[in-house]
Design a protein around this ligand. Structure first.
Ligand code: SAH
Length: 220
């Protein structure tokens, strides 16, 4: 299969439907080989615009959802970024493209087998110097590395987790899906000093954030 051609077509479609408006975001998504972040048996489906199963009941987000979050975050080179929910590592790799040179991406994953999967994918594709994967409950953030210029939560929370707001740098942006288990609103939280402005970017569906500042159990 011609993965490069399929990737170029997907990015062109995401531009046409206005999920991607920024050339830098388009370039980043043209560079990251999504087929390297899905299980081997699903490589041929890597460029359909949908979430795909990565095991342990979890999914790699649909490309348009990664585009929406990354566009809204306005990433710049040098940014220090936290992601909650490494999953496949794909979103972290796209972010890495945009924060290089000088930036860092810390991504926390609670499922050990997925933390390993993400780490293998990140190292194989050459993002290991920029992206660090931590296995644990990301609903507490990563206080030892705070503050962060940008924070992405790739799973759905009942409310904006307090520790994540506290770990946002002044002027920083946090993207988090907030709501019930089956439908959420993607919230953009912007910190201005001690003020937090919130904007609803629209409906979305993510797997739940399981942890101290998320849902308490994985049972549906
Ligand atoms: N960003 C990923 C998609 C992740 S799906 C990608 O690009 O592939 C959401 C992930 O969040 C799942 O892997 C799930 O295990 C993880 N997750 C759920 N609750 C978590 C928590 N409290 N801390 C860290 N990871 C969590």
């Amino acid at each position: 299969m011609d993965f490069d051609g399929a990737r170029a077509r997907l990015v062109a479609d995401l531009r046409q439907s206005r999920f991607i408006k920024d050339d830098m975001v388009a370039d980043a998504m043209l560079k990251v080989p999504r087929e390297q972040f899905v299980p081997r048996s699903m490589r041929e489906e890597a460029y359909t615009d949908s979430p795909l199963s990565i095991g342990s009941g979890q999914t790699i987000s649909a490309p348009h959802m990664v585009a929406i979050m990354v566009e809204a975050s306005q990433l710049k080179s040098g940014h220090k970024v936290l992601e909650i929910g490494a999953g496949s590592g794909y979103h972290a790799a796209v972010v890495a493209e945009l924060v290089r040179p000088g930036g860092r991406v810390f991504t926390v994953e609670r499922v050990a087998s997925l933390a390993k999967f993400a780490g293998d994918n990140i190292n194989r594709t050459g993002y290991g110097n920029t992206v660090q994967i931590i296995c644990g409950d990301g609903s507490n953030g990563l206080p030892e590395e705070a503050p962060f210029d940008r924070i992405f939560v790739a799973c759905a929370a009942p409310d904006v987790p307090m520790p994540l707001k506290a770990q946002l740098a002044d002027g920083g942006r946090l993207l988090v899906p907030v709501g019930g288990r089956y439908f959420q609103k993607l919230m953009l939280v912007e910190r201005k000093g001690s003020k937090f402005n919130q904007e609803d970017l629209g409906g979305c569906v993510f797997v739940p954030l399981i942890g101290e500042h998320g849902y308490r159990t994985s049972s549906m």
